[in-house]
Write a protein that binds this ligand. Structure first.
Ligand code: GLV
Ligand code: GLV
Length: 322
């Protein structure tokens, strides 16, 4: 019997793919940074038994309807808004993602971006490198305190909970907003549930960690920024589509809020001429929430294991519930 064929849409660490290579013939798009073009993805999908995809690949009905053999799509991300779940279900395809293994790394990055925004870390580093440091000044690059402030977490999943733990170590008061209440987090971490508008009004730092869904799309709009304190910072480590970027630009340039830290954008890669990337009080990162070497390799291995299991008619470890 010939081995099933698996296509991976980016060049990944070979050693992390060992569990898959034992049971399948594996090919990869040869670049680490350049996405596999749509045409190539369609050609590969048409003959593949499984795909290992990136969050930048659109896995939709037009693609899946011409991919008769695909049994499983494993996405190298916890989020799966790039995959049409209805279409996958219709074609009997298992969709897998990488929850849990990236929780702590992503919470680290979210807290780092919060700290960087408050204390102007990137701005200060750039300032020295641009040759501006001529003398020490009492209020030189002075930012905002983080400790003892109020953090508002929007999207209290496992990453939100891990972020709350970090915030508690900084003596922060933590509010959260989520579709469902989290009594365990409330009891164990001392976090407080707040309605969305209340959270926006009371928080000094608002961190968006919610998955992108029709309900969360554009939830950070002009009205939301209007409700925030003038001293507030908005941090996004979820998906760019949760934010109206024009409204955010207006908020950070007119002093409605103090600044922003963005790991994600509506259009990625974001252009260096995008208005939000030109502002000193907006810290920008290229979607690196889970990007520690250890965690990314663990995510690759989990995707490989999921595909190997499904190809052998075993239940996947971390399927998305369709
Ligand atoms: C990254 O954004 C992920 O969803 O894992
Ligand atoms: C948080 O949004 C999570 O996916 O854990």
């Amino acid at each position: 019997m010939t081995k099933p064929y698996v296509y991976i849409t980016r060049k990944l660490d070979e050693a992390s793919l060992t569990p898959l290579k034992e049971v399948a013939h594996v090919e990869m798009w040869p670049s680490e940074d350049e996405p596999c073009p749509r045409e190539e993805l369609e050609t590969q999908a048409a003959k593949a038994d499984a795909l290992l995809t990136m969050l930048s690949d659109q896995i939709d009905e037009p693609l899946l309807s011409k991919a008769p053999n695909i049994k499983v799509v494993a996405n190298l991300a916890v989020g799966y808004d790039n995959i049409d779940l209805e279409a996958a279900k219709k074609h009997g395809i298992t969709v897998c993602h990488t929850p849990d293994v990236l929780t702590e790394s992503t919470a680290d990055l979210a807290f780092a971006l919060l700290m960087a925004s408050a204390r102007r870390i990137v701005e200060a580093s750039d300032w020295i490198k641009d040759g501006n440091w001529t003398g020490w000044g009492p209020l030189l690059l002075a930012g905002a305190d983080v400790h003892h402030k109020t953090l508002g977490i929007v999207g209290m999943g496992s990453i939100g909970t891990a972020l709350a733990k970090r915030a508690k170590g900084f003596n922060m008061n933590v509010l959260y907003h989520n579709r469902s209440r989290k009594p365990e987090a409330e009891a164990q971490l001392g976090v407080t549930y707040a309605a969305f508008e209340e959270l926006l009004k009371q928080s000094d730092f608002i961190v968006c960690l919610t998955p992108l869904t029709p309900e969360t799309k554009d939830m950070f709009n002009e009205k939301a920024f209007d409700l925030m304190k003038n001293s507030a910072y908005f941090i996004n480590v979820s998906r760019g589509q949760t934010v109206n970027e024009d409204a955010l630009y207006e908020a950070v340039t007119t002093g409605k809020i103090a600044g922003a830290g963005l790991d994600v954008f509506r259009q990625e890669p974001v252009s260096p001429s995008h208005p939000l990337t030109t502002l000193p009080n907006v810290t920008v990162l290229p979607h690196i929430g889970s990007a520690s070497v250890e965690t990314r390799k663990t995510m690759m291995r989990l995707c490989a294991e999921n595909i190997a299991l499904v190809l052998q008619d075993e239940p996947a470890k971390t399927p998305v519930r369709l």
